[in-house]
Design a protein around this ligand. Structure first.
Ligand SMILES: C[S@@+](CC[C@H](N)C(=O)[O-])C[C@H]1O[C@@H](n2cnc3c(N)ncnc32)[C@H](O)[C@@H]1O
Length: 207
């Protein structure tokens, strides 16, 4: 499997079609609002700037923009998703980036909170450390990951495709690779009660 297979997958037809499945109705919008209220409730101080790495069309950023008085930044490799994002939320062109987690075109310590939601799971294991290092570099204070969990690293087929979905204990990965991170909180959004897709989240603070 080539290094950028995953990125090309998301930049191509699969990524274009994903946009159609990622409408607010399909992502159980009210549950996402509740998810964000829960996560925001544990922040020691609310962030005043937020970057979502792999924002797709901005479903999370739209909610955050409504809940907070915050400067929003988005990084998304799929061109159609970036175009839709511009229609979904109020965001200026200079705050939308094309790129990948592995190479964030943003100054170090520029943004209070840098987060991913369902994105680390699509990064090949060999690219995960460099991608997390970029997230760590750009974050001024907080790092949040909302991802699928498995106690040990596994690769599983994703809608008939191999080599594009990887689950693991991302929380442990963060603290093993960046041991000065402080765990603020973590949790689980259980599908039967929330409608969300059994999402595990971890919030870390930089020293
Ligand atoms: C499953 S979707 C999640 C979208 C959004 N974060 C959400 O929670 O609705 C994964 C998104 O990450 C983007 N993506 C995939 N690989 C990426 C990478 N290496 N760096 C940044 N974004 C990536 C995809 O283009 C896609 O928009």
């Amino acid at each position: 499997m080539k290094n950028n297979k995953q990125l090309e997958f998301w930049r191509g037809e699969f990524g274009d079609l994903y946009i159609g499945r990622n409408t607010p109705e399909d992502v159980v919008y009210p549950s996402r609002v509740e998810m964000w209220k829960k996560i925001l409730s544990v922040f020691p101080d609310l962030p005043s700037s937020i970057l979502e790495v792999g924002s797709n069309i901005g479903n999370n950023l739209k909610i955050l923009d409504q809940l907070l008085d915050v400067e929003i930044y988005a990084l998304e490799p799929n061109a159609k998703a970036r175009e839709t994002l511009k229609k979904n939320i109020e965001i200026t062109e200079d705050k939308i980036f094309n790129g990948s987690a592995k190479d964030l075109p943003i100054d170090s310590s520029k943004i209070d909170l840098v987060f991913t939601s369902g994105v680390l799971i699509h990064i090949a294991p060999e690219d995960l450390q460099s991608s997390c290092a970029e997230i760590y570099r750009v974050s001024r204070r907080y790092i949040l990951s909302i991802e699928y969990f498995n106690p040990t690293p596994i690769q599983i087929p994703y809608r008939g495709h191999d080599g594009v979905l990887f689950k693991r204990d991302f929380g442990s990965f963060w603290i093993e690779n960046f041991p000065n991170l402080k765990v603020i909180d973590y949790g689980f959004f259980w599908k039967p009660q929330t409608g969300l897709d059994n999402l595990t989240w971890w919030l870390f603070q930089k020293p």
